[in-house]
Design a protein around this ligand. Structure first.
Ligand code: CO
Length: 161
């Protein structure tokens, strides 16, 4: 058989939707892009300077997200971002993270077409979530966090633009 005849497992054009979510999981990839890699830092200004001086990186967006107790700076890398993240108050989850682990990768954010759909897929597999429903994120996005103990030890954020 020609390799060209091998069926793309994501190509379910002739399947109906009736068994969607049963064992086999979603019928197409739900993660469409890396939205950002978030890095927890003690001092946002210092971190921005380091990225600029080392890599010539430019801040595209800066925002205080009061509900999460963080200030973030987004540095564009192709279609994705590095997000430098610092706490704005002592009881912020990022403050606790820095206390426990020091600076480093805090979460990975995947872009999705539909945050509610992706979150439902996570719950359908029985994985614990932090956000039970999608909520507003920075830049006018809609986001939901999946618990770090759910999937491969990584705090995951689902981002719908
Ligand atoms: Co994020």
């Amino acid at each position: 058989m020609s390799p060209l005849a091998v069926r793309n497992p994501y190509d379910n054009a002739d399947d109906d939707d009736s068994h969607h979510g049963e064992g086999g999981g979603p019928d197409r990839p739900l993660l469409t892009e890396i939205d950002h890699i978030a890095i927890a830092v003690h001092d946002l200004g210092d971190a921005i300077d380091t990225y600029r001086e080392t890599f010539g990186a430019v801040v595209e967006h800066r925002e205080v997200v009061e509900s999460d107790g963080v200030e973030e700076a987004l540095l564009r890398v192709a279609e994705s971002y590095v997000q430098l993240l610092t706490p704005t108050r002592d009881d912020s989850p990022v403050a606790k993270y820095l206390e426990r682990k020091g600076e480093g990768i805090h979460h990975v954010a995947y872009r999705v077409d539909d945050c509610a759909e992706a979150l439902a897929a996570v719950k359908a597999q029985g994985h614990p979530v932090i956000d039970d429903a999608p909520r507003p994120g920075s830049r006018g996005t809609t986001v939901a966090f999946v618990h770090p103990r759910a999937i491969c030890g990584t705090l995951i954020e689902l981002v719908q633009e």
